[in-house]
Write a protein that binds this ligand. Structure first.
Ligand code: 6GU
Length: 263
């Protein structure tokens, strides 16, 4: 496969949705290897304990270091091989053989904010591991330890608080995996998108030309491709100025026509 993704969670069923649609097909075609691991499989007490109270006091619980270390060592190929709960084809890949450390993404509201540029960077890597924390977070010592074996990337998906890293991981995995060459059907639909070039998308229409008295903009029926392209670009500029002026400010290459559209 072009990329291996491992996810560690105490709710592995949460990630089941990833098997659907595009990502599931990429897995079926062997372009992507996706393995979801249950953190509780790396505990050995009767209650499969993964959390405990915080040193220094405070509300909530903290995820214990040892289950995380064992799970991550398992993924690194610590010797025990594939086990129950691992989906085929591989547990433990040969990152060491190519000399690069796998990337460990730790979803956290305290991380760097994930965006399309980061998605593109991650799409070029061969092994991503997502460590889905719950409760108040993971014991810092195992994060520090993991930094010796992985490239560590604490990542937030935005300025709001979720209960755990599962949904955030799914967001990042979907954004990244659709950028893997061959995973999405039509590569053109990637480059024409919002956030690829920093503008929001133009409005789109399909049949019928008159729907409940509402007409499709006439220019789209004209067959004048240059005029349609200009109209679409103007709508993108207009929308971006209206909804996301912060994105417009980041653009440095607006043409004369672009600037005219924004007047
Ligand atoms: Cl990545 N995790 C959690 N728990 N909350 C978040 C987040 C991540 N990104 C924004 N809020």
């Amino acid at each position: 496969p072009q990329m291996s993704i491992d996810v560690v969670s105490i709710f592995p069923e949460y990630l089941a949705g990833l098997q659907l649609s595009l990502i599931g097909k990429a897995v079926d075609r062997g372009q992507l290897s996706l393995n979801v691991h249950d953190l509780r499989d790396f505990t050995f007490d009767r209650h499969n304990t993964v959390d405990d109270s915080p040193y220094g006091g405070g509300a909530g619980m903290v995820m214990k270091a040892e289950p995380w270390a064992l799970a991550l060592e398992h993924i690194l190929g610590g010797g025990s091989g594939a086990e129950e709960g691992d989906s085929l084809p591989s547990a433990g890949t040969d990152d060491a053989a190519v000399g690069s450390k796998p990337t460990l993404i730790v979803p956290s509201p305290a991380g760097q904010v994930f965006d399309q540029r980061i998605a593109e960077d991650l799409a070029g890597r061969d092994h991503l591991v997502f460590a889905c924390g719950r409760y108040e977070g993971i014991d810092q010592r195992v994060i520090d330890w993991a930094g010796e074996h992985f490239e560590l990337l604490p990542m937030s998906i935005g300025d709001y608080v979720l209960n755990g890293g599962e949904v955030a991981s799914m967001v990042m995995i979907e954004a990244v995996s659709r950028l893997i060459p061959g995973v999405i059907g039509n590569p053109e639909s990637l480059t024409e998108e919002s956030h690829e070039d920093g503008l929001l998308e133009y409005p789109i229409y399909t049949k019928p030309a008159n729907w409940r008295g509402r007409e499709v903009p006439e220019i789209l029926l004209s067959g004048n491709h240059a005029a349609i392209a200009r109209w679409r670009r103007d709508r993108r500029l207009e929308r971006t100025a209206e909804v996301r002026p912060d994105l417009l400010e980041k653009l440095d290459d607006l043409s004369k026509d672009d600037r005219a559209a924004l007047e």
